[in-house]
Write a protein that binds this ligand. Structure first.
Ligand code: C5P
Ligand code: C5P
Ligand code: C5P
Ligand code: ZN
Length: 479
């Protein structure tokens, strides 16, 4: 973290990994099913392709014993794990020792208790894996090494666009944008002409949401009479001295000229001030945003956070193939299928959020939790939990834990914390791993967002263990 050149700290490892990949007969590329995992796979696949290395791609929800065994049974001599692998090194290492395959890992999750030679992970270089480099970022560092070691053209800097989508998809960007090694990737993307960095409204949906929806759904801003208020948002916009409709249809933020944007932002800020919204939250209305310059304006792909949601909408619904195709450039069949899946994903997120708001959470001494059973898909219950924090009745000062049914015999656990809690000592990757192991399951992830799989029926015991561990981590700073 102290280094001036964070990506360079990973350069030697990246070079070693690149050389190992070049020496492979054939590579199995295995990646994680979310926005970061898909962009990781797309970056790695493009780099392998350009380097002339033969490979095949597979996706998995979780790398467990049986998944790694399936991977080991294939006849590839080398397995490139992206956006997972570090947390499962203890499962991978015995296969390496048995000569099943040589692992090459580009990941950013907390490593399990084992080591391997070709292991590219920001945490091993003193960087923060939850905020300074994502799985796609680690894959990008590897892709750059593959090009540089072979003095190959293209130099793979165009892949920085996908790396930024992955980082933003893993929630690594704050109001001021990305930080740490991520900023070097942004700089390379700007240089290469694929990324544009700007100061803009921070609300989600600038490219594709009609203005009233952009304002109504901006729940983080919590501006009374506008956020979560369809009629209020329309009234606010109609009162402005601007022509915000085109042929009777509301325009989107991206359609506005600079002076129109200025008027709208000023009015929004004035309204927030008048309604008593705290200054800190008003400051967050404007911040750093990233656009992909090669994508068409007004599409989900132009804005990195909308792009990442589009990818989650495919991967989290067993259609990683669709998301990967979009990342690899398919703007026809795959993109329209992805848009269909996005509508479904958005509906599920909003129904899930409604459910949590209505049913509420159970508050323990050091955490709050809810069990969605079969009402929320286990692959999105973590996203819903994160979005629910701050809604009425859901506290910001306690970590949130969510359960959803995975199968008849297993339950999925997701957890989310705040940066304040992390500063106070919270590490959810440890909480998830230890509490899960105590009830016969396993887990891991990042300090601020982690997950686990546990046997059905052990939820209460898991909550008790987790509550105790969180209490220990927060020590005196807990209530
Ligand atoms: O697989 P894993 O790294 O990819 O997923 C990260 C998850 O953690 C994302 O779903 C993201 O929403 C969540 N996260 C978060 N807050 C952070 C960092 C990550 O909610 N600060
Ligand atoms: O789905 P994903 O994890 O990419 O969502 C990231 C964030 O984007 C969510 O936490 C939410 O704040 C926002 N979002 C939204 N409306 C959606 C999807 C995502 O506001 N339909
Ligand atoms: O699924 P969810 O979005 O809650 O996952 C949060 C983080 O925890 C992700 O980075 C995911 O890879 C990680 N995780 C894990 N082991 C599990 C479940 C989730 O490492 N069993
Ligand atoms: Zn990731």
């Amino acid at each position: 973290m102290a280094s001036a050149h964070p990506v360079s700290d990973l350069a030697d490892t990246a070079t070693a990994c690149a050389e190992r990949l070049r020496a492979a007969d054939s590579v199995l590329l295995a990646s994680h099913i979310d926005a970061d995992g898909l962009t990781s796979a797309a970056i790695a696949a493009t780099a392998l392709e350009r380097a002339g290395i033969s490979f095949e791609t597979v996706f998995a929800k979780q790398l467990d014993e049986s998944e790694v065994a399936r991977i080991a049974a294939t006849d590839h001599d080398t397995v490139l794990f992206t956006d997972f692998g570090s947390g499962q090194l203890d499962i991978i290492a015995p296969h390496e020792a048995a000569g099943d395959f040589t692992p090459v890992i580009a990941d950013h999750h907390q490593p399990a208790d084992a080591t391997t030679e070709y292991h590219l992970n920001p945490l091993l270089a003193g960087l923060n894996g939850a905020s300074e480099l994502s799985g796609a970022g680690a894959s990008y560092v590897l892709a750059r090494a593959l090009a540089v070691t072979a003095q190959q053209s293209p130099d793979n800097r165009d892949l920085s666009a996908l790396a930024v989508v992955g980082a933003v998809g893993d929630m690594q960007a704050g109001v001021d944008g990305l930080s740490g090694a991520n900023t070097e990737i942004v700089a390379e993307g700007v240089d290469a002409g694929v990324i544009e960095e700007s100061t803009d409204l921070t609300l989600y949906g600038k490219q594709t949401r009609p203005l009233p929806k952009l304002l109504e759904y901006a729940s983080d801003a919590r501006i009374p009479g506008i956020s979560n208020d369809a009629a209020g948002a329309i009234e606010f916009l109609s009162d402005l001295d601007l022509d915000l409709k085109d042929d009777g249809e509301w325009r989107c933020w991206v359609d506005l000229a600079a002076d129109e944007r200025q008027v709208l932002v000023s009015a929004l800020v004035q309204r927030a001030v008048k309604s008593g919204v705290p200054a800190s939250r008003i400051d967050e209305l404007v911040g750093t945003s990233y656009q992909l310059t090669r994508e068409d304006p007004g599409t989900e792909l132009r804005d990195v956070s909308e792009f990442s949601t589009l990818l989650n909408a495919t991967a989290r619904y067993e259609r990683a193939d669709v998301g990967l195709a979009v990342c690899l450039g398919d703007r026809d069949a795959a993109l329209s299928r992805a848009r269909q899946l996005l509508r479904n994903h958005r509906r599920n997120l909003s129904e899930g959020l409604e459910l949590v708001k209505t049913e509420g959470v159970t508050v323990e001494d050091h955490l709050q939790w809810f069990d969605a059973g079969t009402d929320i898909r286990e692959t999105i219950v973590g996203i819903v939990a994160g979005m629910a924090v701050g809604a009425p009745g859901i506290r910001r000062d306690l970590p949130i834990i969510a359960f959803a049914e995975k199968s008849d015999s297993e339950s999925k656990v997701s957890s989310r914390g705040s940066h304040q809690l992390i500063r106070n000592g919270l590490d959810l990757s440890v909480v998830m791993r230890e509490a899960a192991r105590a009830v016969g399951g396993d887990g891991g992830g990042h300090d601020v967002a982690a997950g686990a799989t546990i046997p059905t029926g052990t939820q209460q015991a898991f909550v008790d263990h987790a509550n105790e561990i969180v209490g220990q981590q927060l020590g005196d700073t807990a209530e």
